[in-house]
Design a protein around this ligand. Structure first.
Ligand code: DX5
Ligand code: ZN
Length: 217
């Protein structure tokens, strides 16, 4: 039993009936809500921000996993805590003083994650891996749901797993982008702990069953 964590991404939810989709996830076997915040600068898309996060927080007691795709994420750490984030991930590529930002996230009372783009080598995490709770490994270029999975992610995931063991870290490996019934088992074999799934869950005819199938792998 691998005990993977399943984190549906509300980016692919139906925003015209977000409360219904949140309730579906609440009642499902999903463990976390994955919340994608995009600023139109770090990534070529704008998603949503604090009002949506606050509304979600009121409707769920599940862990809220916030993935910031914004420049200078250190500006908003306290605001995300106040809005309900339990885990806050910033992008390596958007953080000049990454170590300081990680410390500030933890001091604010959240778990700290670092997200890396597909082109960013995992070796760059070696001096922070023992300080963080999660690596959000992008398996697509960030910005949109429903994109094609990048195959190199499997090897990258194994390399990250080795780094985590080598550094005696408790950090979880989260895979974000293109997770489905084909990629998920291979990712779990490569050491992934958390599977984010947007399009695969919300475009399914039975999202609750799709979540359960990911949990049962
Ligand atoms: C992409 C986001 C993902 C996205 C995943 O920038 O970070 O969380 O929602 O979507 P799917 O599962 O549809 O690839
Ligand atoms: Zn994400």
């Amino acid at each position: 039993m691998r005990n993977q964590i399943i984190a549906p991404s509300i980016l692919s939810a139906n925003f015209a009936q977000l409360g219904i989709d949140i309730e579906m996830i609440n009642k499902s076997e999903a463990d976390w809500f994955h919340v994608d915040v995009m600023d139109g600068v770090f990534v070529p898309n704008i998603s949503f921000g604090f009002p949506v996060l606050k509304a979600l927080k009121k409707l769920t007691s599940k862990t809220i996993d916030v993935h910031l795709m914004i420049v200078q994420p250190e500006r908003y750490i306290i605001d995300f805590k106040d809005a309900g984030a339990d885990i806050l991930s910033v992008h390596y590529e958007a953080s000049v003083h990454l170590h300081r930002t990680i410390c500030a996230i933890k001091e604010a009372g959240m778990k700290a994650g670092v997200a890396i783009n597909p082109h960013t080598p995992i070796e760059l995490l070696k001096d922070v891996i023992a300080d963080i709770d999660l690596v959000c490994m992008m398996s697509v270029n960030p910005g949109f749901g429903g994109q094609k999975f990048i195959e190199n992610t499997y090897n990258k995931c194994s390399d990250l797993k080795n780094l985590i063991i080598q550094k005696n870290s408790n950090c979880l490996i989260e895979i974000d982008g293109g997770v489905n019934e084909i990629t998920a088992p291979k990712l779990l074999d490569a050491g992934a702990n958390v599977l984010v799934a947007g399009n695969y869950v919300f475009s399914s005819s039975n999202p609750t069953a799709t979540i359960a199938s990911l949990k049962a792998l």
